[in-house]
Design a protein around this ligand. Structure first.
Ligand code: PEP
Length: 248
């Protein structure tokens, strides 16, 4: 049984004050849900959000981290630092990090190894650009990204990893893949995991869809056989809309 996970990705959008208020607002309204509830937020507010979420079923994650524990990496944040403040999750390889900050499959892999070592649950993002989709390369791109990220990852660790399939052309654009299209790619990704490990392992991995998920389309997406949740940007910024997503 894979427990679905609905995760917000606030990106660079909330102040600390707004973030704390948001957590206070959603806590009572999401406590009855069967899905795992997660908010991923900028580093500066993580400690406050962990505190604000205490005693509730709301988990807190980072949007990125470095792959080294410590060292001369000005401006970076390490897994050791995230662990110290009890962060539950970390997003790795989001397309915006790949596009603007030179994130590669190799650095995603290094970060994945470290997140697992520090017992921070990773969400690994994969997905194709519009050009790649139009060139019928969606599956090839996802395969390369998954194989790169999972390089030398032990079979026992695979079920601790969440994958987010996020077609880049659907992020923040209002365009979504149809739920059938998303499910087809997600089934394919599960098959790639099966090829790398085995069927039992592939059936345990949770694979989310991300890309303009909102209250009006979440149910359809979540009803698909292989979609185990959503990674949500824009619609996670308002408490009411996030609560609707979680209680779809
Ligand atoms: C995202 O950034 O991961 C995302 C899916 O954004 P949005 O929901 O705004 O498309």
């Amino acid at each position: 049984m894979r427990i679905p996970i609905i995760a917000g990705n606030w990106k660079m959008n909330m102040t600390i004050k707004e973030g704390i208020e948001f957590i206070g607002k959603i806590k009572p309204s999401v406590k009855g849900t069967d899905v795992e509830v997660l908010i991923c937020a900028p580093y500066v507010m993580l400690k406050d959000l962990v505190e604000a979420a205490k005693g509730s079923n709301v988990k807190i994650g980072a949007e990125n981290m470095h792959y080294e524990e410590k060292g001369a990496f000005t401006g970076e944040i390490s897994p050791l630092m995230l662990k110290e403040i009890d962060v539950d999750y970390v997003i790795l390889g989001h397309s915006e990090r790949r596009q603007y900050y030179n994130e590669t499959d190799e650095t995603v892999n290094k970060k994945l190894v470290k997140a697992l070592e520090f017992k921070i649950s990773p969400i690994v993002c994969v997905g194709e650009t519009l050009d790649q989709r139009e060139g019928d390369l969606t599956k090839d791109v996802c395969k390369v990204q998954i194989e790169g990220a999972f390089n030398n990852i032990n079979q026992d660790d695979v079920e601790k990893i969440v994958i987010a399939y996020e077609p880049i052309w659907a992020i923040g654009t209002g365009k979504t893949a149809t739920s059938e299209e998303a499910n087809e790619v997600i089934m394919y990704i599960r098959n790639v995991i099966k090829g790398l490990y085995d069927e039992e392992t592939s059936e345990k991995v949770r694979i989310q869809y991300g890309g303009s998920v909102k209250p009006s389309n979440v149910e359809e997406i979540m009803n698909e056989s292989d979609i185990d949740g959503a990674l949500v940007g824009g619609a996670s910024l308002k408490a009411d809309s996030f609560v609707e997503l979680v209680n779809f």
